[in-house]
Write a protein that binds this ligand. Structure first.
Ligand SMILES: O=C(O)C1=C[C@@H](OP(=O)(O)O)[C@@H](O)[C@H](O)C1
Ligand SMILES: C=C(OP(=O)(O)O)C(=O)O
Length: 444
């Protein structure tokens, strides 16, 4: 595959977030799901034959995953479709995780199957994201893992020995569901399979674990998830597949939310009738916040009037929607309380602090709680919206800028983590895409 996208430039480039020119009436095509793309890629690499992945998201996170798998010896031909040919996994290599949670949490268990040490590094912001539970779980399974920085964080080296015995392991996944998903994805290739028991008090992002179970079963793996907080993957082959990736519903969120901020209708085609993506919860959430929604065939239409209702929401199953919902909440007709998302402190940045900071800096009111945020609407003024290398902070800033004149989003290129053409898509939605910039328009 081609070289990895460079890391978004952290320079002080400011993108003047466009104000909504009027009510919206538009269709937005959203590229493939990050979470599904990276799960399919991992399973394709561990499969017993080649896979063809259609409509894969091409973004920094998925190219990091594809690049990492190639480093391990797998062939990833990233064209219109991504064709993946598995191979024996090789060690004595380094994997760059960037800031991708799916790469840093999904690949250590895969690396344990390689024939030598696999070093994992990442962006500076990645070095504070929690890794302890996956390191401890691998050690409990007999895999040597060296921690080379702060304990419980990248960089690490996983000493692959070509095989893992498997069996049973406890993991505290209260900090991230990705600890469970990362062990499950490789578990079928362990000699005894794997039984994972979550020991923490709370478990975020359960739909993402259900997504992992779902893609494993679709690849022929026997998974038992009949007991709460326990998952059993039987040992066995993973089938190479020909699959189409659903659009990324969480990425669709900012565009759909724009209908509530600006008024009018935003339509997203390709909306699945059933899905394990947490973005599947968006229609219900947006309705509570004042939208009407309608699924016409596979086109989700969200219509807003410009009135946004404050809500009390437990976002534990869908924490990655929080920045979008928080940006909407600043325009509410009453306070919004977001609960169940303490683990967002370990996302791309401490998202609770970042959201509270930026809303407050524009004159709004937002306070952190033990497990979330309370946002009390106030009149906002323009200014710089900082993004902390976080793609969803950038899209949240764009939403705020739809109604607040003079919002400038710092480092909007950080959206390349999951949505490289965010600026072009946003301008397209508003009907303000400059002539000649077509698809692929990027902020400078
Ligand atoms: O497995 C996945 O693809 C993801 C799981 C979630 O992680 P957390 O459980 O850490 O929130 C989610 O927020 C992230 O964007 C993607
Ligand atoms: C938390 C997120 O990403 P990651 O996969 O890096 O954890 C996200 O995209 O909101």
């Amino acid at each position: 595959m081609t070289a990895l996208d460079p890391r978004p430039h952290p320079a002080a480039a400011l993108w003047p977030a466009p104000e909504a020119p009027g009510t919206l009436d538009t269709v937005v095509e959203v590229p493939g799901s990050k979470s599904l793309s990276n799960r399919y890629l991992v399973l394709a690499a561990l499969a017993d034959g080649p896979s063809r992945l259609r409509a894969v998201l091409s973004s920094r996170d998925t190219r990091l995953m594809g690049g990492a798998l190639e480093t391990l010896g797998v062939t990833v031909d990233a064209g219109q479709d991504w064709v993946v040919s598995p191979a024996a996994l090789r060690g004595h290599v380094t994997i760059d995780c960037g800031l991708a949670g799916t790469v840093m949490r999904f690949l250590p268990a895969v690396a344990a199957l390689a024939d030598g040490p696999v070093h994992f590094k990442g962006d500076p912001e990645a070095l504070v994201r929690p890794m302890g539970p996956i390191i401890q779980a691998l050690r409990a399974l007999g895999v040597r893992v060296d921690e080379e920085g702060e304990p419980g964080h990248l960089p690490i080296t996983v000493h692959g020995r070509g095989h893992v015995r498997g069996g049973q392991v406890d993991v505290d996944a209260s900090g991230s569901s990705q600890f469970v998903s990362g062990l499950l994805l490789a578990g079928a290739r362990f000699e005894q399979g794997l039984t994972i028991r979550h020991t923490g008090r709370t478990l975020p992002s359960l739909p993402h674990i259900e997504m992992t179970v779902d893609v494993l079963r679709a690849a022929g793996v026997d998974v038992d998830d009949s007991r709460p907080d326990i998952w059993r993957v039987a040992p066995g082959a993973i089938a190479g597949r020909d699959v189409r990736v659903e659009p990324d519903l969480s990425n669709a969120g900012a565009f759909l939310a724009a209908a509530l901020v600006a008024g009018g209708t935003v339509r997203v085609p390709g909306w699945p009738t059933t899905t394990t993506q947490p973005g599947g919860l968006l229609p219900g959430i947006l309705e509570r916040m004042g939208a009407t929604t309608r699924l016409d065939g596979d086109v989700l239409a969200v219509t807003g009037t410009g009135v946004v209702h404050g809500v009390d929401l437990d976002l534990k199953p869908a924490g990655e929607l929080a920045p979008t919902i928080a940006a909407l909440a600043v325009f509410g007709d009453g306070p919004t309380r977001l609960r169940g998302i303490a683990h967002l402190r370990g996302h791309e940045t401490d998202r609770l602090a970042a959201l509270a900071n930026e809303i407050t800096r524009l004159g709004g009111q937002a306070e952190q709680t033990a497990d979330g945020l309370v946002i009390t609407p106030r009149a906002l003024t323009g200014g710089v919206w900082r993004t902390y290398a976080d793609h969803r902070m950038a899209t949240a800033g764009a939403l705020v800028g739809l109604r607040v004149p003079g919002v400038e989003v710092e480092d909007v290129a950080t959206t390349g983590k999951t949505l490289p053409d965010f600026v072009g898509m946003w301008q397209g939605m508003l009907g303000t895409r400059p002539a000649g910039t077509g698809d692929g328009a990027q902020a400078s």
